[in-house]
Design a protein around this ligand. Sequence first.
Ligand SMILES: Nc1ncnc2c1ncn2[C@@H]1O[C@H](COP(=O)(O)OP(=O)(O)OP(=O)(O)O)[C@@H](O)[C@H]1O
Ligand SMILES: [Mg+2]
Length: 444
Amino acid sequence: MNVLIVEDDPDMLSSCERLLKRAGYQTLVAPSGEAAIKEIAEGADIVLTDLRMPGPVDGIGLLKWITKNKPGLPVVLMTGYGTVKTAVEAMKLGAADYITKPFTKEELLATVGRFSEKRKLEIEVRKLRKEIRRAAGVEGIIGRSASMRAVFEKISAAASVESPVLILGESGTGKEMVARAIHDQSDRAKQPFIPVNCGALPRELIESELFGHKKGAFTTAVADHDGMFVAADKGTLFLDEIGEMAPAAQVKLLRALQEKAIRPVGDARERKVDARIVAATNQNVEDAIESKQIREDLYYRLSVITIQIPPLRDRREDVPVLVSHFIDRFNSIFGRTVGGVSPQAMDVLQSHPWPGNVRQLENVIEGCFAMGVKDRVEATDLPATIRVATTAHVGDVPSLTESEKVLIERALKAAAGNKSQAARLLGISRTRLYNKIETYKIEE
Ligand SMILES: Nc1ncnc2c1ncn2[C@@H]1O[C@H](COP(=O)(O)OP(=O)(O)OP(=O)(O)O)[C@@H](O)[C@H]1O
Ligand SMILES: [Mg+2]
């Protein structure tokens, strides 16, 4: 606890300093208000100042400076005989307390002690708040809908056990965020979280990437290689787009899950690994199993805990919170002060079907910032693609077929009835356009 003593009388200054030091405080000293302002930067927790001091900044001047520039920093005034009235005025200006000279050692220590306790508590509270904020920041997953609250509960439940987890959800729903949140809330949080995009790994490399290889296992294996499983040892291995993994690798993965051991390519021996597996896919699992993209036995092993993240269009009440979250974020990234979105813009955002889910919403908000939106996002600031899909219909969100029909009608109108041109506008073949015109019974 740092006490800054501001006093022009050198005897008074040194006796206060001695007293406080003996009571265990650290002290800073200043002979004038101006000097005090410089000392405050050193990190004072309490300021003990004389009221009357020569020079341009007296006790009241210092108090005013502190309430303006360092609000919350307690200022205790030391007042001489006859200045009590001024001290009372000073309390109105925001002084924490005052003591009247001459004061006893006990009086001084009692007063400073009171503020020192308060200050300690404040520091503690601030630290706690920061921790809470960081905890929310680690997850950073925003959502207030019942379905997202259920997801949060599942995350906590999954974090407290070791079983594999399968996360399902459309693209951009936050599967990777959920995987990280499970890791961060688990006992493995301090160990590595290793994400692997199974779709991005070439088929012939996936086994060696996952399980490692021995030197000479194949022509390019010039040295032993550990692989992702070993990298994630004691931590979490996040297998993203699991449906993209080659069937042969899926067999090995299943084995690794069952045995908790892996065999590097070209190695005769198995090696124990302790990696917690979290997998994700944006495919429809039933379809993926049906089409043998995901092995059924692997699926059963992976889906001990399944977390299904609903698409954004099924939880529209999350849109406003997400929007303000992203506005906050881009305000700090771009150094801006955008205040929010207009009611009309929010209507558009809330009724859009968001095929790209939260990621798409995030991109739209970022786009508004990039285009230099002013104090508020207006409906006209939103990209035409978003506005079109909703303004074309009143009330509920159009189904895919409805939107398609509207688009075809528009293309035909834009092409003045010329079907070849309309088909080109739509990016489909003429035959398909003819079929669609018939299906939707579009009047020409
Ligand atoms: N609930 C949410 N709160 C805050 N941000 C979110 C939320 N969900 C998604 N996001 C944001 O959307 C983006 C996409 O999230 P993430 O990468 O986790 O999605 P995904 O489901 O893995 O998508 P894909 O299947 O395309 O890989 C992230 O950049 C993240 O910032
Ligand atoms: Mg992802």
